[in-house]
Design a binder for this molecule. Structure first.
Ligand SMILES: Cc1cc2nc3c(=O)[nH]c(=O)nc-3n(C[C@H](O)[C@H](O)[C@H](O)COP(=O)(O)OP(=O)(O)OC[C@H]3O[C@@H](n4cnc5c(N)ncnc54)[C@H](O)[C@@H]3O)c2cc1C
Length: 415
């Protein structure tokens, strides 16, 4: 932590939750149940809840927040909401520093839930940070709102848009842009075809091609310039607008604090979602990387954020009651990808792999919209009835399997 003195006295909490995305908000709501009697603080950079899964919609028009004020949403609960930027974490001293309107405030905690999520990774490719737009909230010069302004200003011109990345975010961005600006020349560049298996890939491609999106596969973009992108094979693709959707990474705050993290800045966690290096800090959502099996594979998603956030709260409450929870695990239900006004959806029970049928068209889009709505509906019900949310697959991993995985991970570290 920086050496400068913070303003005001250090505020003590039993649990501090860092980040109010899906994972942090559900954890705070559950921990803050009045009957629990815990002093809980939830810190987040903004008061408005950002539904990241709808960011592609905001390329076309501003998206009205379903939870317009987190402070108001938490009214009547025992959670202290602190709207500020977490600027430093001292994991050993159990302190966190928050910048609020230019002033620094320090909070002390017995336990913390680290839920600071992720951001689009533009750090690893030359020129991406300077020249590419990304699906991020806020007013940044390269955020979704800025992309909307740029596309609106060029409407009517035959603008060339290159979307880099062929997974969910890239597909959704390309589909949305081509639907709203049909005159735009939209190209999506992806490294590896085979998104979610052959059937899903085929359905996604058919939807994109129907819209008129051009697909370049098997190419890695190595540099973004103001008017073109360059690929590893030496190809140059001209563009007026580049949208970067080439992967996510987490903030360096955890690594800077000395927590064990992976190459993408996610905190390595054990079967109870505790940091393997600092057991009093739990990590959830996009910021966590479990080293033990989790039933369905743990990938960054709104559902994984909800289940891990709820589990972390349960684990803290259980530990305080001298109980230990079964290892964290879950099953998935399905997935939906928005492609303009249409989409692709499929059942993925229980292991995040497509089974049964693949839905396409407007029906797939409506089903996706329903599940996106459901995520915030879950948060609203959890606010009224903390502990209400439960999920399938909570008994999929035994302690023996978890301990074997921990042993194996330790061997790898020793080797
Ligand atoms: C464009 C896009 C589309 C997506 N579509 C889907 C989808 O269709 N389905 C799906 O399941 N998943 C989707 N995802 C992934 C999904 O949005 C994430 O997995 C999910 O948001 C993770 O939730 P989280 O709570 O861990 O983190 P986040 O939602 O990232 O929340 C982190 C919170 O921490 C706050 N924060 C971060 N740093 C600081 C700091 N230093 N100080 C204070 N506060 C801070 C942020 O403001 C935010 O409130 C999509 C992601 C993107 C980017």
């Amino acid at each position: 932590m920086s050496k400068s003195e913070p303003m005001g006295p250090v505020r003590p909490y039993d649990v501090v939750v860092l980040g109010a995305g899906y994972a942090g908000l559900i954890a705070a709501l559950r921990l803050g149940a009045r009957k629990g009697g815990l002093r809980v603080a939830l810190i987040s950079a903004r008061d408005q809840f950002l539904e990241r899964v709808r960011l592609q919609e905001s390329i076309v028009a501003p998206v009205a927040a379903r939870i317009p004020s987190i402070a108001a949403f938490l009214g009547g609960t025992a959670v202290d909401f602190i709207c500020g930027e977490v600027s430093a974490l001292d994991a050993d001293a159990q302190r966190v520093r928050v910048e609020i309107d230019g002033c620094e405030q320090e909070l002390a905690f017995a336990q913390a839930v680290y839920a600071l999520g992720s951001h689009i990774d533009v750090e690893n490719v030359a020129g991406a940070a300077a020249h590419a737009y990304r699906l991020e909230g806020g007013e940044g010069s390269r955020a979704a709102a800025a992309l909307r302004a740029r596309l609106t200003e060029t409407a009517g011109d035959p603008v060339r848009v290159v979307v880099v990345g062929g997974a969910e975010t890239g597909i959704e961005a390309a589909g949305e842009i081509k639907t709203a600006w049909p005159g735009a020349d939209v190209t999506m560049i992806s490294r590896t075809p085979g998104f979610k298996g052959a059937r899903v890939e085929k359905a996604v491609r058919a939807e994109l091609i129907r819209l008129g999106v051009q697909l370049i596969n098997g190419e890695s973009v190595t540099e973004v310039q103001a008017t073109k992108v360059l690929t590893g094979s030496g190809r140059s693709v001209a563009c007026d607008i580049c949208v970067w959707a080439g992967g996510l990474r987490s903030a360096s705050l955890a690594r800077d604090a000395g927590l064990a993290t992976d190459g993408q800045g996610r905190i390595w966690v054990d079967a109870n979602l505790r940091s393997i290096s600092h057991l009093h800090i739990l990590a959830v959502g996009d910021a966590a990387h479990p080293i033990t099996p989790t039933g369905a594979p743990y990938r960054r998603s709104a559902f994984a954020a909800l289940v891990s956030g709820a589990y972390a709260a349960d684990a803290i409450l259980a530990q305080r009651a001298d109980r230990r929870l079964r290892p964290f695990s879950f099953s998935t239900f399905g997935q939906g990808i928005a492609i303009g006004r249409s989409g692709v959806g499929f059942v993925s029970y229980p292991d995040d792999r497509q089974i049964l049928f693949v839905l396409t068209g407007g029906t797939a889009r409506r089903v996706r919209n329903f599940f996106v709505w459901l995520v915030t509906a879950v948060l609203k019900v959890e606010r009224r009835f903390p502990g209400f949310f439960f999920w399938p697959g909570r008994r999929r991993v035994s302690w023996r399997e978890a301990n074997d995985a921990i042993e194996k991970a330790a061997e790898t570290v020793r080797a």
